[in-house]
Design a protein around this ligand. Structure first.
Ligand code: SF4
Length: 474
Protein backbone atom coordinates (compact mmCIF):
# COMPACT_ATOMS: atom_id res chain seq x y z
CA UNK A 1 0.00 0.00 0.00
CA UNK A 2 1.25 3.47 -0.82
CA UNK A 3 1.68 6.37 1.51
CA UNK A 4 1.51 4.34 4.68
CA UNK A 5 3.87 5.33 7.44
CA UNK A 6 4.81 2.61 9.87
CA UNK A 7 6.72 3.62 12.93
CA UNK A 8 9.60 1.39 13.84
CA UNK A 9 11.67 1.37 17.02
CA UNK A 10 15.00 -0.41 16.73
CA UNK A 11 16.29 -0.52 20.32
CA UNK A 12 16.97 -4.19 21.21
CA UNK A 13 14.98 -5.21 24.28
CA UNK A 14 13.47 -8.22 26.03
CA UNK A 15 10.82 -10.14 24.10
CA UNK A 16 7.57 -8.21 24.00
CA UNK A 17 4.85 -9.34 21.63
CA UNK A 18 2.97 -6.03 21.57
CA UNK A 19 6.07 -3.95 20.89
CA UNK A 20 7.31 -6.38 18.25
CA UNK A 21 3.97 -6.27 16.44
CA UNK A 22 4.19 -2.49 16.27
CA UNK A 23 7.86 -2.62 15.26
CA UNK A 24 7.05 -4.93 12.39
CA UNK A 25 4.35 -2.59 11.08
CA UNK A 26 1.49 -4.86 12.17
CA UNK A 27 -1.94 -3.39 12.82
CA UNK A 28 -3.31 -4.12 16.30
CA UNK A 29 -6.86 -4.29 17.52
CA UNK A 30 -7.02 -3.58 21.24
CA UNK A 31 -10.26 -4.42 22.97
CA UNK A 32 -10.68 -1.87 25.74
CA UNK A 33 -11.81 -3.39 28.99
CA UNK A 34 -12.39 -1.56 32.26
CA UNK A 35 -11.17 -2.93 35.50
CA UNK A 36 -14.05 -4.44 37.55
CA UNK A 37 -16.01 -2.44 40.09
CA UNK A 38 -15.36 -3.24 43.73
CA UNK A 39 -18.91 -4.54 44.09
CA UNK A 40 -17.63 -7.63 42.20
CA UNK A 41 -15.71 -10.44 43.80
CA UNK A 42 -12.15 -9.90 42.57
CA UNK A 43 -11.37 -13.57 41.96
CA UNK A 44 -14.61 -14.12 40.03
CA UNK A 45 -13.92 -10.96 38.01
CA UNK A 46 -10.41 -12.22 37.20
CA UNK A 47 -11.85 -15.51 36.02
CA UNK A 48 -14.15 -13.62 33.61
CA UNK A 49 -11.13 -11.63 32.46
CA UNK A 50 -9.27 -14.88 31.74
CA UNK A 51 -12.16 -16.03 29.55
CA UNK A 52 -12.17 -12.75 27.66
CA UNK A 53 -8.40 -12.93 27.23
CA UNK A 54 -8.55 -16.45 25.86
CA UNK A 55 -11.31 -15.48 23.38
CA UNK A 56 -9.33 -12.42 22.26
CA UNK A 57 -6.04 -14.28 21.84
CA UNK A 58 -7.84 -17.02 19.89
CA UNK A 59 -8.67 -14.52 17.15
CA UNK A 60 -6.46 -15.24 14.17
CA UNK A 61 -7.64 -12.67 11.63
CA UNK A 62 -5.89 -9.77 13.40
CA UNK A 63 -3.33 -9.00 16.10
CA UNK A 64 -5.84 -8.77 18.87
CA UNK A 65 -5.18 -8.03 22.55
CA UNK A 66 -6.64 -6.22 25.55
CA UNK A 67 -6.23 -2.69 26.87
CA UNK A 68 -7.10 -2.81 30.57
CA UNK A 69 -8.11 0.65 31.75
CA UNK A 70 -9.06 2.03 35.11
CA UNK A 71 -12.85 2.26 35.14
CA UNK A 72 -13.87 5.42 33.39
CA UNK A 73 -14.71 8.00 36.06
CA UNK A 74 -15.91 5.20 38.31
CA UNK A 75 -14.83 5.78 41.88
CA UNK A 76 -15.05 2.30 43.17
CA UNK A 77 -13.15 -0.05 40.94
CA UNK A 78 -10.14 -2.28 41.49
CA UNK A 79 -6.78 -0.90 40.41
CA UNK A 80 -6.18 -1.94 36.83
CA UNK A 81 -3.02 -3.85 37.80
CA UNK A 82 -4.76 -5.82 40.57
CA UNK A 83 -7.43 -6.79 38.10
CA UNK A 84 -4.93 -7.53 35.31
CA UNK A 85 -3.30 -10.12 37.57
CA UNK A 86 -6.08 -12.32 36.19
CA UNK A 87 -4.29 -12.38 32.83
CA UNK A 88 -2.19 -15.37 31.94
CA UNK A 89 1.41 -14.77 33.07
CA UNK A 90 2.83 -16.03 29.77
CA UNK A 91 0.78 -13.68 27.60
CA UNK A 92 0.93 -10.42 29.55
CA UNK A 93 3.32 -8.94 27.00
CA UNK A 94 0.49 -8.89 24.46
CA UNK A 95 -1.72 -6.48 26.35
CA UNK A 96 -1.46 -2.90 27.55
CA UNK A 97 -2.39 -1.77 31.06
CA UNK A 98 -3.40 1.79 31.92
CA UNK A 99 -2.03 3.23 35.13
CA UNK A 100 -4.16 6.08 36.38
CA UNK A 101 -2.71 8.88 38.47
CA UNK A 102 -5.99 9.55 40.25
CA UNK A 103 -5.70 9.09 44.03
CA UNK A 104 -1.99 8.47 43.54
CA UNK A 105 1.02 10.30 44.93
CA UNK A 106 4.63 9.92 43.88
CA UNK A 107 5.34 7.15 46.37
CA UNK A 108 2.28 5.08 45.49
CA UNK A 109 3.03 5.71 41.80
CA UNK A 110 6.50 4.30 42.33
CA UNK A 111 5.04 1.25 44.10
CA UNK A 112 2.58 0.73 41.26
CA UNK A 113 5.38 0.75 38.70
CA UNK A 114 7.35 -1.78 40.82
CA UNK A 115 4.22 -3.90 41.06
CA UNK A 116 3.87 -3.81 37.25
CA UNK A 117 7.46 -4.93 36.90
CA UNK A 118 7.12 -7.76 39.39
CA UNK A 119 3.85 -8.82 37.73
CA UNK A 120 5.50 -9.04 34.30
CA UNK A 121 3.40 -6.31 32.67
CA UNK A 122 5.78 -4.66 30.19
CA UNK A 123 3.28 -2.45 28.33
CA UNK A 124 1.90 0.40 30.38
CA UNK A 125 0.00 3.55 29.51
CA UNK A 126 0.41 6.49 31.87
CA UNK A 127 -2.70 8.61 32.37
CA UNK A 128 -3.38 11.36 34.87
CA UNK A 129 -6.93 10.11 35.39
CA UNK A 130 -10.37 11.64 35.23
CA UNK A 131 -12.21 13.52 37.88
CA UNK A 132 -14.73 11.23 39.54
CA UNK A 133 -18.27 11.33 38.22
CA UNK A 134 -20.35 13.99 39.91
CA UNK A 135 -17.44 15.66 41.68
CA UNK A 136 -16.81 19.36 41.17
CA UNK A 137 -13.78 21.56 41.64
CA UNK A 138 -13.72 21.41 45.43
CA UNK A 139 -13.86 17.60 45.75
CA UNK A 140 -11.43 17.11 42.88
CA UNK A 141 -8.93 19.37 44.62
CA UNK A 142 -8.94 17.04 47.63
CA UNK A 143 -7.69 14.15 45.51
CA UNK A 144 -4.13 13.58 44.38
CA UNK A 145 -3.51 13.36 40.66
CA UNK A 146 -0.08 12.13 39.71
CA UNK A 147 0.62 13.69 36.31
CA UNK A 148 1.20 11.22 33.51
CA UNK A 149 4.58 12.85 32.74
CA UNK A 150 5.75 11.99 36.27
CA UNK A 151 4.53 8.40 35.87
CA UNK A 152 6.44 8.17 32.60
CA UNK A 153 9.60 9.28 34.39
CA UNK A 154 9.01 6.58 37.01
CA UNK A 155 8.62 3.97 34.26
CA UNK A 156 11.88 4.96 32.59
CA UNK A 157 13.88 2.88 35.07
CA UNK A 158 11.92 -0.31 34.52
CA UNK A 159 12.58 -1.44 30.93
CA UNK A 160 8.89 -0.90 30.12
CA UNK A 161 7.35 -0.19 26.76
CA UNK A 162 5.32 2.74 28.02
CA UNK A 163 2.76 4.81 26.18
CA UNK A 164 0.85 8.03 26.68
CA UNK A 165 -2.53 9.43 25.76
CA UNK A 166 -3.30 12.59 23.81
CA UNK A 167 -6.51 14.35 22.89
CA UNK A 168 -6.38 15.72 19.32
CA UNK A 169 -10.12 16.55 19.40
CA UNK A 170 -9.84 20.19 20.39
CA UNK A 171 -11.27 22.97 18.28
CA UNK A 172 -9.71 26.26 19.33
CA UNK A 173 -5.98 26.99 18.94
CA UNK A 174 -5.76 27.68 22.68
CA UNK A 175 -7.15 24.31 23.65
CA UNK A 176 -5.50 22.36 20.82
CA UNK A 177 -1.86 23.49 20.95
CA UNK A 178 -1.43 22.80 24.68
CA UNK A 179 -2.47 19.18 23.98
CA UNK A 180 0.26 18.93 21.35
CA UNK A 181 2.86 20.59 23.60
CA UNK A 182 2.03 18.17 26.36
CA UNK A 183 2.27 15.26 23.96
CA UNK A 184 5.82 16.28 23.01
CA UNK A 185 6.66 16.64 26.70
CA UNK A 186 5.37 13.11 27.30
CA UNK A 187 7.45 11.77 24.42
CA UNK A 188 10.47 13.59 25.84
CA UNK A 189 9.64 12.00 29.19
CA UNK A 190 9.91 8.48 27.82
CA UNK A 191 6.60 7.61 26.11
CA UNK A 192 7.21 5.20 23.24
CA UNK A 193 3.76 5.01 21.73
CA UNK A 194 0.64 7.17 21.68
CA UNK A 195 -3.04 6.36 22.19
CA UNK A 196 -5.54 9.06 21.24
CA UNK A 197 -8.60 10.10 23.17
CA UNK A 198 -11.78 8.58 21.70
CA UNK A 199 -13.38 10.65 18.98
CA UNK A 200 -15.09 10.64 15.64
CA UNK A 201 -13.47 13.44 13.70
CA UNK A 202 -11.11 11.78 11.20
CA UNK A 203 -9.68 15.19 10.23
CA UNK A 204 -8.26 15.53 13.72
CA UNK A 205 -6.80 12.03 13.55
CA UNK A 206 -5.09 12.87 10.28
CA UNK A 207 -3.80 16.20 11.61
CA UNK A 208 -2.09 14.34 14.45
CA UNK A 209 -0.34 12.00 12.01
CA UNK A 210 0.78 14.93 9.86
CA UNK A 211 2.09 16.80 12.88
CA UNK A 212 4.10 13.82 14.09
CA UNK A 213 5.51 13.29 10.59
CA UNK A 214 6.38 16.94 10.18
CA UNK A 215 8.20 16.99 13.53
CA UNK A 216 10.02 13.70 12.81
CA UNK A 217 8.30 12.09 15.80
CA UNK A 218 8.07 8.56 14.49
CA UNK A 219 6.11 6.96 17.28
CA UNK A 220 3.48 4.26 16.81
CA UNK A 221 0.03 5.78 17.24
CA UNK A 222 -3.16 3.98 18.20
CA UNK A 223 -6.56 5.56 17.66
CA UNK A 224 -9.17 4.98 20.31
CA UNK A 225 -12.56 4.40 18.74
CA UNK A 226 -15.92 3.99 20.37
CA UNK A 227 -18.54 1.47 19.38
CA UNK A 228 -21.58 3.41 20.50
CA UNK A 229 -24.56 1.97 22.30
CA UNK A 230 -27.60 4.01 23.29
CA UNK A 231 -26.37 3.87 26.87
CA UNK A 232 -22.90 5.14 25.98
CA UNK A 233 -24.40 7.90 23.85
CA UNK A 234 -26.48 9.07 26.81
CA UNK A 235 -23.34 8.95 28.95
CA UNK A 236 -21.46 11.18 26.51
CA UNK A 237 -24.34 13.63 26.28
CA UNK A 238 -24.50 13.59 30.09
CA UNK A 239 -20.79 14.49 30.15
CA UNK A 240 -19.85 11.25 31.90
CA UNK A 241 -17.02 10.75 29.39
CA UNK A 242 -14.97 13.94 29.62
CA UNK A 243 -13.16 14.87 26.41
CA UNK A 244 -15.46 12.91 24.05
CA UNK A 245 -17.38 15.30 21.84
CA UNK A 246 -20.39 14.85 19.57
CA UNK A 247 -21.29 17.54 17.04
CA UNK A 248 -24.88 18.55 16.37
CA UNK A 249 -24.71 17.10 12.83
CA UNK A 250 -23.40 13.83 14.20
CA UNK A 251 -26.14 13.84 16.82
CA UNK A 252 -28.72 14.12 14.03
CA UNK A 253 -27.16 11.15 12.23
CA UNK A 254 -27.27 9.12 15.44
CA UNK A 255 -30.89 10.12 16.07
CA UNK A 256 -31.74 8.93 12.59
CA UNK A 257 -29.91 5.66 13.12
CA UNK A 258 -31.79 5.00 16.34
CA UNK A 259 -35.16 5.92 14.84
CA UNK A 260 -36.30 2.43 13.86
CA UNK A 261 -34.79 -0.38 15.88
CA UNK A 262 -31.90 -1.15 18.16
CA UNK A 263 -30.65 -3.63 15.54
CA UNK A 264 -30.47 -0.90 12.94
CA UNK A 265 -28.64 1.36 15.37
CA UNK A 266 -26.18 -1.38 16.19
CA UNK A 267 -25.46 -2.25 12.58
CA UNK A 268 -24.86 1.44 11.78
CA UNK A 269 -22.32 1.57 14.61
CA UNK A 270 -20.48 -1.47 13.28
CA UNK A 271 -20.27 0.10 9.84
CA UNK A 272 -18.93 3.31 11.36
CA UNK A 273 -16.31 1.33 13.25
CA UNK A 274 -15.29 -0.46 10.05
CA UNK A 275 -14.87 2.81 8.18
CA UNK A 276 -12.96 4.46 10.98
CA UNK A 277 -10.69 1.44 11.46
CA UNK A 278 -9.81 1.24 7.76
CA UNK A 279 -9.30 5.01 7.67
CA UNK A 280 -6.93 4.88 10.65
CA UNK A 281 -4.88 2.18 8.98
CA UNK A 282 -4.61 4.28 5.81
CA UNK A 283 -3.70 7.40 7.79
CA UNK A 284 -0.71 5.55 9.23
CA UNK A 285 -2.08 4.48 12.62
CA UNK A 286 -0.54 1.32 14.02
CA UNK A 287 -3.80 0.12 15.49
CA UNK A 288 -7.07 0.94 17.13
CA UNK A 289 -8.33 0.58 20.67
CA UNK A 290 -12.06 -0.04 20.71
CA UNK A 291 -14.32 0.95 23.60
CA UNK A 292 -17.74 -0.63 23.96
CA UNK A 293 -16.82 -4.24 23.13
CA UNK A 294 -17.53 -5.94 26.39
CA UNK A 295 -17.90 -9.67 25.75
CA UNK A 296 -15.94 -12.45 24.03
CA UNK A 297 -18.68 -12.71 21.37
CA UNK A 298 -18.53 -8.99 20.61
CA UNK A 299 -14.72 -9.09 20.50
CA UNK A 300 -14.92 -11.80 17.82
CA UNK A 301 -17.41 -9.74 15.79
CA UNK A 302 -15.22 -6.63 16.16
CA UNK A 303 -12.18 -8.51 14.86
CA UNK A 304 -14.14 -9.94 11.94
CA UNK A 305 -15.56 -6.53 11.03
CA UNK A 306 -12.23 -4.72 11.32
CA UNK A 307 -10.31 -7.40 9.41
CA UNK A 308 -12.98 -7.26 6.67
CA UNK A 309 -12.72 -3.46 6.47
CA UNK A 310 -8.92 -3.61 6.17
CA UNK A 311 -9.37 -5.97 3.23
CA UNK A 312 -12.16 -3.86 1.72
CA UNK A 313 -10.23 -0.58 1.68
CA UNK A 314 -6.78 -0.76 0.22
CA UNK A 315 -6.25 2.82 -0.93
CA UNK A 316 -6.80 6.16 0.74
CA UNK A 317 -8.78 7.50 -2.22
CA UNK A 318 -11.17 4.55 -2.24
CA UNK A 319 -11.69 4.86 1.50
CA UNK A 320 -12.18 8.64 1.33
CA UNK A 321 -14.87 8.35 -1.30
CA UNK A 322 -16.83 5.88 0.81
CA UNK A 323 -16.26 7.85 4.01
CA UNK A 324 -17.47 11.10 2.47
CA UNK A 325 -20.52 9.39 1.02
CA UNK A 326 -21.26 7.89 4.43
CA UNK A 327 -20.90 11.20 6.24
CA UNK A 328 -22.97 13.02 3.59
CA UNK A 329 -21.27 16.34 4.41
CA UNK A 330 -22.08 16.11 8.11
CA UNK A 331 -19.84 18.32 10.22
CA UNK A 332 -18.04 16.34 12.93
CA UNK A 333 -16.62 19.41 14.68
CA UNK A 334 -18.72 20.34 17.73
CA UNK A 335 -17.82 24.02 17.45
CA UNK A 336 -18.28 26.58 14.72
CA UNK A 337 -15.96 28.03 13.57
CA UNK A 338 -13.51 25.24 14.33
CA UNK A 339 -9.76 25.36 14.29
CA UNK A 340 -7.82 22.74 12.34
CA UNK A 341 -4.06 22.75 12.39
CA UNK A 342 -3.58 22.27 8.64
CA UNK A 343 -5.27 23.13 5.40
CA UNK A 344 -6.77 20.49 3.13
CA UNK A 345 -6.94 17.72 5.69
CA UNK A 346 -8.63 14.56 4.41
CA UNK A 347 -7.91 15.54 0.83
CA UNK A 348 -4.70 13.54 0.56
CA UNK A 349 -3.21 10.73 2.59
CA UNK A 350 0.15 12.30 3.33
CA UNK A 351 1.48 15.56 1.87
CA UNK A 352 4.66 15.36 -0.18
CA UNK A 353 5.64 18.83 0.96
CA UNK A 354 5.03 19.99 4.53
CA UNK A 355 1.36 20.86 4.90
CA UNK A 356 0.43 24.47 5.40
CA UNK A 357 -0.25 25.24 9.04
CA UNK A 358 -3.39 27.25 9.76
CA UNK A 359 -3.04 30.78 11.11
CA UNK A 360 -3.97 31.09 14.75
CA UNK A 361 -5.56 34.45 14.04
CA UNK A 362 -5.57 37.49 16.25
CA UNK A 363 -3.89 36.83 19.60
CA UNK A 364 -6.46 36.85 22.36
CA UNK A 365 -4.82 38.60 25.26
CA UNK A 366 -6.11 41.63 27.13
CA UNK A 367 -4.20 44.66 28.36
CA UNK A 368 -4.94 43.59 31.93
CA UNK A 369 -3.47 40.15 31.34
CA UNK A 370 -0.33 41.68 29.87
CA UNK A 371 0.00 44.10 32.78
CA UNK A 372 -0.50 41.34 35.34
CA UNK A 373 2.10 39.16 33.60
CA UNK A 374 4.64 41.98 33.76
CA UNK A 375 3.92 42.63 37.43
CA UNK A 376 4.26 38.94 38.29
CA UNK A 377 7.47 38.72 36.35
CA UNK A 378 8.84 41.75 38.17
CA UNK A 379 8.09 40.28 41.59
CA UNK A 380 8.54 36.53 41.03
CA UNK A 381 11.16 36.05 38.30
CA UNK A 382 13.38 34.12 40.75
CA UNK A 383 10.77 32.70 43.09
CA UNK A 384 11.60 29.12 42.08
CA UNK A 385 15.03 29.49 43.70
CA UNK A 386 13.71 31.11 46.88
CA UNK A 387 11.67 29.92 49.84
CA UNK A 388 8.02 29.48 48.93
CA UNK A 389 7.14 31.92 51.75
CA UNK A 390 9.19 34.68 50.14
CA UNK A 391 6.94 37.59 49.06
CA UNK A 392 3.99 35.47 50.08
CA UNK A 393 1.67 38.46 50.46
CA UNK A 394 2.38 39.52 46.87
CA UNK A 395 2.01 35.99 45.61
CA UNK A 396 -1.45 35.75 47.16
CA UNK A 397 -2.41 39.17 45.81
CA UNK A 398 -1.03 38.85 42.28
CA UNK A 399 -1.01 35.11 41.55
CA UNK A 400 -3.67 33.72 43.89
CA UNK A 401 -0.98 31.70 45.71
CA UNK A 402 -2.31 28.61 47.47
CA UNK A 403 0.81 28.09 49.57
CA UNK A 404 2.37 25.01 48.09
CA UNK A 405 5.91 24.06 49.15
CA UNK A 406 7.80 25.00 45.97
CA UNK A 407 7.03 28.03 43.83
CA UNK A 408 6.93 27.20 40.10
CA UNK A 409 5.68 30.53 38.75
CA UNK A 410 8.75 31.28 36.56
CA UNK A 411 8.23 27.95 34.73
CA UNK A 412 4.51 28.41 34.22
CA UNK A 413 4.28 31.90 32.71
CA UNK A 414 3.38 33.07 36.21
CA UNK A 415 0.09 31.15 36.19
CA UNK A 416 -0.08 29.16 39.42
CA UNK A 417 -0.66 25.45 38.63
CA UNK A 418 -2.53 25.09 41.92
CA UNK A 419 -5.46 26.78 40.19
CA UNK A 420 -5.99 23.67 38.11
CA UNK A 421 -8.38 21.46 40.10
CA UNK A 422 -6.07 18.50 39.41
CA UNK A 423 -3.02 20.71 40.10
CA UNK A 424 -1.41 19.81 36.78
CA UNK A 425 1.69 21.89 36.10
CA UNK A 426 2.99 20.27 32.91
CA UNK A 427 0.03 20.65 30.61
CA UNK A 428 -3.69 20.08 30.31
CA UNK A 429 -5.67 16.93 30.96
CA UNK A 430 -7.71 15.49 28.11
CA UNK A 431 -11.02 16.68 29.51
CA UNK A 432 -10.78 20.35 28.47
CA UNK A 433 -14.12 21.54 27.11
CA UNK A 434 -14.67 22.43 23.46
CA UNK A 435 -14.35 26.13 24.15
CA UNK A 436 -11.13 25.77 26.16
CA UNK A 437 -12.82 25.90 29.56
CA UNK A 438 -11.89 23.54 32.38
CA UNK A 439 -13.78 20.26 32.34
CA UNK A 440 -14.91 20.99 35.88
CA UNK A 441 -16.26 24.52 35.64
CA UNK A 442 -16.94 27.57 33.58
CA UNK A 443 -13.47 29.04 33.75
CA UNK A 444 -10.63 28.91 31.27
CA UNK A 445 -8.30 25.91 31.60
CA UNK A 446 -5.09 27.32 33.06
CA UNK A 447 -3.12 25.71 30.25
CA UNK A 448 -5.08 27.59 27.58
CA UNK A 449 -4.29 30.78 29.50
CA UNK A 450 -0.61 29.80 29.67
CA UNK A 451 -0.60 29.18 25.95
CA UNK A 452 -1.97 32.65 25.22
CA UNK A 453 0.82 34.12 27.33
CA UNK A 454 3.43 31.87 25.70
CA UNK A 455 2.30 32.93 22.26
CA UNK A 456 2.44 36.59 23.21
CA UNK A 457 5.93 36.10 24.64
CA UNK A 458 6.96 34.04 21.56
CA UNK A 459 8.02 31.22 23.87
CA UNK A 460 5.77 28.39 22.78
CA UNK A 461 8.74 26.00 22.90
CA UNK A 462 8.82 26.41 26.70
CA UNK A 463 5.47 24.65 26.95
CA UNK A 464 6.96 21.42 25.66
CA UNK A 465 10.60 21.76 26.71
CA UNK A 466 10.30 22.53 30.41
CA UNK A 467 9.55 19.53 32.58
CA UNK A 468 8.19 20.68 35.93
CA UNK A 469 9.03 18.04 38.58
CA UNK A 470 6.52 16.96 41.21
CA UNK A 471 6.25 18.77 44.53
CA UNK A 472 4.64 17.76 47.82
CA UNK A 473 4.89 14.12 46.73
CA UNK A 474 2.60 14.51 43.67
S1 SF4 B 1 -7.70 23.40 34.50
FE1 SF4 B 1 -7.34 22.31 32.54
S2 SF4 B 1 -5.94 20.67 33.08
FE2 SF4 B 1 -6.81 21.37 35.00
S3 SF4 B 1 -8.58 20.01 35.36
FE3 SF4 B 1 -9.32 21.84 34.28
S4 SF4 B 1 -9.27 21.24 32.11
FE4 SF4 B 1 -7.98 19.76 33.20
Amino acid sequence: MNNLQFEINFAPQKENHFRETLDQGGFVLLIEHNSAGRDNDLEAAKERLRQLESAVLDIKSLNCALAITDAYSQQDSYRSLDYAMGLNMATRDRHIIYLSGRNTDLESGRELVQFAKAGNFPNLVAVTGDAATGEGVRDTRKRNFLESVHSLHLMNDGNFFQGCVMNPFQYTPYSLYPQYSKLVKKLNSGAKFIVTQAGYDMLKLQALRWYLGERGLYFPTIARLLLLTQEKLEGILDKRYPGIKISSDFRKILDKESQFSSNQFESAQWRRLELQAAGCRLLGYSGIQVMGVDSPAKARIAAERVAGALREFTSFEQWLEEYNAYLAKAEMAPLSPSFYMYDRILHRSYPETPPLMSEIGELKISRNEKFLYKLRKFFFAHSDTQSARNRHFWKVLLAGCRSCSQCRLPSTFYVCPEHCPKKLANGPCGGVKTNGDCELGNFECIHSYKMRLALWQKKMDKLEDVYIPPIDGI
